[in-house]
Design a protein around this ligand. Structure first.
Ligand SMILES: Nc1ncnc2c1ncn2[C@@H]1O[C@H](COP(=O)(O)OP(=O)(O)OP(=O)(O)O)[C@@H](O)[C@H]1O
Ligand SMILES: [Mg+2]
Length: 388
């Protein structure tokens, strides 16, 4: 188990290692930093064996709470299941540990920002279905995640670009013994582990976390996507301890009806269901998934993996195509002018554009700008991720 006691207000942050261009495990080249978490940095890298892109998560060898080897072991156990990045390598280098995993795309937090912090019900429900499947899988393997939040949900890349992945198992924990299958005991003296905004009420009250807490955090994520903001966001206080207390007060005072007002009853039903789960009770994943699947069908939606951002991407693609056509037309006219001009007066000095041969093509400024933005959206650079 990764034992990382995070007390409100204090967070272990490993110092940054600048690993650009270094070789990890003898065959992964570090390219550039793509993210930074509470426990270390994440780089994009390249497998020198087959040229595939990878993600490399590192921590210093003298980290106060080493977690990477533990995280690698969890990924190893989840390897056969869809929606978790493949573990490619774990190793200890001279002054740091490195875990190499499959490179993924943008996080739901980044995509939420891209979509102006609103997701349609259709997008939310397609995501919820996959998130429930991921949690079910984690729980079936005997783990609880303990840091369920939009920054830890990443879309895949390439042929997996429609698939939602769950990452970041540094705070995860076994809730039952792998041999005896015995559930961990109830305790009420725990510091908060995870991210306060999405933490369950029990977790904030110091109760040992179990499967129900992942489910409750997922409920807050759903409402975050529905509302754009949770009622306890923006709470201020003199210090972090007081801020956490005020967040807890607000979580307790906002009723489920109030939280889910204006959205289909299934969201309130889900919240009530998860808040009423007992400590050791196995969540009925099938029931909750069905609840949202029936809602999805009753709203007449198609499970076509067209998310809100897919449409943004295709609008951008369309703009790009139109730009290209316009440019081609423009070039064609220029070529016609050129022929006519040469025919008329051969001695007149030609301008810079005219000196280009027909095979040279200078990318127009507008196209260059659009194309790099388009590329960035699709490769989905990881953004900085900090606990809120
Ligand atoms: N496989 C990956 N592909 C692409 N980006 C990734 C990958 N893994 C992590 N990232 C990026 O790096 C960020 C931090 O990674 P991760 O959550 O694993 O680290 P962490 O130290 O546990 O972070 P935190 O505690 O802030 O959640 C992610 O939110 C994501 O943006
Ligand atoms: Mg994370």
């Amino acid at each position: 188990m990764a034992q990382k006691p995070l007390t409100p207000g204090s967070k272990a942050r490993n110092t940054s290692l600048n690993l650009e261009n270094q070789l990890v495990g003898g065959r992964y080249q570090v390219l550039k930093a793509i993210g930074s978490g509470s426990f270390g940095d994440i780089y994009q890298g390249l497998s020198l064996k087959d040229g595939t892109d990878v993600a490399i998560k590192v921590e210093t060898a003298d980290a106060k709470y080493p977690q990477l080897m533990y995280e690698a072991k969890v990924y190893e156990q989840l390897a056969e299941s869809p929606g978790f990045p493949a573990l490619l390598h774990f190793g200890c280098e001279k002054n740091y540990n490195a875990m190499v995993i499959e490179l993924l795309g943008s996080s739901l937090e980044e995509l939420f920002n891209l979509c102006k912090r609103r997701f349609s019900l259709k997008t939310v429900l397609m995501l919820v279905d996959q998130l429930l499947l991921r949690l079910e899988c984690v729980h079936e393997h005997g783990f609880i995640h303990r840091d369920i939040k939009p920054d830890n949900f990443l879309m895949g890349l390439g042929k997996h670009s429609n698939k939602l992945f769950l990452i970041d198992f540094g705070l995860s924990k076994r809730y039952k013994d792998s041999g005896t299958e015995q559930h961990i005991p109830y305790r009420k003296d725990r510091n908060l582990t995870g991210t306060v905004r999405y933490a369950s009420i029990n977790a904030q009250q110091g109760v040992e976390q179990s499967r129900r807490d992942d489910m409750e955090s997922l409920g807050y994520c759903m409402m975050y996507f529905n509302l754009g903001k949770l009622p306890w966001q923006g709470v201020t206080a003199a210090n972090k301890k007081q801020k956490y207390e005020r967040i807890l007060e607000k979580k307790n005072s906002v009723s489920i009806e109030e939280l889910c007002k204006g959205f289909p009853a299934e969201f309130a039903l889900y919240m009530k269901y998860v808040r009423n789960l007992r400590f050791k009770e196995p969540p009925d994943h099938v029931y909750v998934r069905q609840l949202f699947r029936i809602l999805f069908r009753s709203l007449g939606h198609q499970y076509d993996y067209i998310y809100d951002w897919t449409q943004l991407h295709s609008q951008e693609k369309e703009r790009l195509r139109r730009d290209r056509e316009r440019e081609k037309e423009h070039d064609h006219h220029r070529m016609c002018d050129r022929v006519a001009y040469h025919g008329r007066d051969r001695d007149r000095p030609r301008d810079r554009d005219m000196r280009r041969t027909s095979t040279q093509y200078v990318m127009p400024h507008s196209y260059r700008r659009m194309s790099s933005k388009y590329d960035r959206d699709w490769i989905g650079d990881g953004a900085l991720s900090k606990r809120k």
